[in-house]
Ligand binder design. Structure first.
Ligand SMILES: Cc1cc2nc3c(=O)[nH]c(=O)nc-3n(C[C@H](O)[C@H](O)[C@H](O)COP(=O)(O)OP(=O)(O)OC[C@H]3O[C@@H](n4cnc5c(N)ncnc54)[C@H](O)[C@@H]3O)c2cc1C
Length: 562
């Protein structure tokens, strides 16, 4: 398969190619040969487009979007723009100055408004990603949904990009600044738990609340419930919704795309505030508008509140076991999962990771430096005992050795800390080096092939790396270490090959980190033209000026160059 990069050009290049070739506008999309979608016959394409239009109409009707300053004809033009790339004609320098002055006049409380260069830079770049970024023009810290409404109205009036920001832990340049500048809306001050409904196992909170704080508060209050999505410890609810996150618990509880978010309050670019649902556990009232905002990466609106579903807090224990190779480990996992064992997590750590942990791990324990599985069991003590025995015998059948179940809470916590410390122990393998975290995901049965080919590739190009994987979901992260520009370029190429490999194995470029800037070039290939166009159509219905987090998530059109 040819490199996707070699087939991509910017939208402006595309327009000029189109002009040179005198292609009519309707043929704006040249289907690349590498698209893995079934070649869609014309009537089916018309059906897909009709569906996209119907969805747009339904959304527009439901949301009642009407920009105060935009005329009806501007609004209609958003439908016509379907066949083009998203607009990027933002306000003039004078517009930006006026907008920022209005924000300054509104955010008068100390610490709620900043144009300090350090703050603009810190909010526009991430120490965890190496994608292009730019500083924002201004950062504001709303205290309420009304503040967010105010920001949106200013941004729409002056056509200024708006970039939401929560914990700042995302890894794909998801909140980086736009080249034209923009308003960064830091939601970290809106971090309150509004109401805990223990009897209903749910909780209402503001979008800046951290999942770790939520779980700590439930524990402090003696409420035996918890919120099971577990990305970075510093992540907050708004960012977790917007990246469609998950973590080690996903094998038992699923991802943000399961029904852990019952309802979200969102401020749309028009300044209109909507709630997607009420608090009932389930609802079949129309299609799922909550999901529209899960994984939207702040490109459709700003989430200000959410109702979270909670799960019962059960006892857990942790075990570790070594395997001859990743294939045997994965086959053991498949059999364990199909037996319905009561597992909360099952994590694959490769031999390189175990080597890193022996040197820099949290616990005193020294592990055999072999491909290993960490298991977290849950349930009553009786269930845990039974589950551990089943896992031990299945593991042995697949060559597993050294199965070790923690004999105390402390030992279990230590074992788990070794797994959770992945980033820092891996980085310590090469002091001073930086790490690029990957996130491909494939059907579980394809994982051994992907890991094998990836490790071979990385060894061939001389990149030091470790692998930790949410093996129960077919998702793994390798941390690729580099400390020079040359190595960074090799890392980038290796990540690209890894993604191509995953997509060829019916997988995805991102299991949980989201698209941001880093993965958008793969969406046409992974999802197909119709699906990407549908996403853009929804985007244009809600944000016709494309002010919400522009440059992220939605890819420009790929064009076949040869
Ligand atoms: C050490 C480490 C471990 C990690 N482990 C995991 C893991 O196991 N699983 C996993 O899924 N991820 C993991 N991540 C990635 C990261 O934690 C997740 O992507 C997380 O969901 C991001 O949340 P955040 O609050 O930091 O969001 P941010 O990084 O602040 O923002 C993420 C995106 O959401 C948008 N956004 C933020 N707030 C809002 C809002 N209120 N309304 C609308 N849009 C908003 C932003 O514009 C941006 O596009 C890890 C990261 C690190 C550094």
């Amino acid at each position: 398969m040819k490199s996707v990069n070699s087939r991509l050009v910017s939208s402006s290049t595309y327009s000029s190619v189109r002009q040179q070739l005198k292609l009519p506008n309707q043929r704006a999309f040249a289907r690349p040969r590498y698209l893995n979608t079934v070649s869609t016959p014309a009537p089916k394409r018309r059906l897909v487009r009709a569906l996209a239009l119907a969805t747009t109409a339904a959304l527009a009707g439901t949301i009642g979007y009407a920009l105060a300053q935009e005329s009806q004809s501007d609004y209609r033009s958003s439908y016509r723009r379907r066949a083009a790339d998203l607009p990027s004609n933002y306000g003039s320098d004078e517009d930006f100055r006026r907008g920022i002055a209005e924000l300054r006049a509104h955010f008068t409380e100390p610490g709620t408004f900043s144009t300090d260069p350090d703050a603009l830079h810190a909010h526009g770049f991430s120490m965890n990603s190496y994608h292009d970024g730019a500083p924002h023009s201004v950062v504001v810290f709303p205290q309420s949904t009304d503040d967010v409404v105010w920001v949106m109205k200013v941004a729409t009036r002056y056509k200024i990009p708006v970039i939401p920001y929560s914990g700042g832990t995302s890894l794909e340049g998801n909140f980086s600044g736009h080249a034209r500048g923009g308003i960064c809306v830091d939601m970290s001050e809106m971090n309150k738990i509004i109401k805990i409904n223990e009897a209903d196992s749910d909780l209402v909170c503001q979008a800046g609340a951290s999942w770790m704080d939520i779980n700590a508060t439930l524990k402090e209050k003696g409420i035996p419930l918890f919120f099971p999505l577990d990305p970075s410890p510093a992540a907050t609810i708004g960012g977790m919704i917007s990246t469609g996150c998950s973590g080690t618990n996903a094998v038992r509880y699923g991802t943000a795309k399961a029904e852990w978010f019952l309802n979200v309050t969102v401020v749309l670019p028009s300044g209109e505030v909507i709630k997607t649902r009420r608090r009932a556990r389930k609802s079949s009232a129309g299609f799922d508008t909550t999901k529209l905002f899960i994984g939207a990466e702040g490109t459709l609106g700003i989430v200000t509140e959410a109702t979270l579903r909670l799960a019962p807090l059960l006892d857990t224990n942790v075990a570790v076991c070594q395997f001859p190779n990743v294939r045997d480990a994965t086959e053991a996992v498949i059999e364990i999962l199909n037996k319905g064992v009561s597992l909360q997590c099952v994590e694959l750590c490769d031999d390189d990771f175990m080597r890193a942990t022996n040197v820099h791990g949290q616990s005193e324990r020294k592990y055999p430096e072999k491909d290993s599985l960490y298991f977290k069991f849950q349930g009553s003590q009786e269930t845990i005992k039974h589950s551990a025995a089943t896992v031990r015998s299945i593991a042995a059948k697949h060559g597993g050795t050294g199965f070790s179940l923690a004999s105390s809470e402390n030992e279990a916590a230590d074992l788990w800390a070794d797994r959770k410390n992945a980033l820092y122990s891996s980085l310590a393998l090469r002091p001073g080096a930086k790490g690029w975290s990957t996130d491909v995901c494939v059907p579980i049965s394809k994982l051994p092939q992907l890991v094998y080919e990836t490790k071979k590739d990385l060894a061939e190009v001389g990149i030091v790396s470790t692998i930790v994987g949410h093996v129960g979901d077919g998702n793994f992260h390798s941390l690729l270490l580099f400390d020079s520009e040359d190595e960074l370029q090799r890392v980038k190429s290796a990540v690209h090959r890894m993604v191509e490999r995953a997509i060829a194995l019916e997988g995805t470029c991102t299991g949980e980190h989201g698209v941001g800037i880093g993965k958008k070039e793969y969406l046409y290939e992974e999802l197909g033209e119709g699906t990407v166009e549908l996403m853009k159509t929804v985007k244009m219905a809600i944000d016709p000026l494309n002010i919400m987090n522009p440059g992220k998530l939605y890819p420009e059109r790929p064009v076949e160059m040869d």
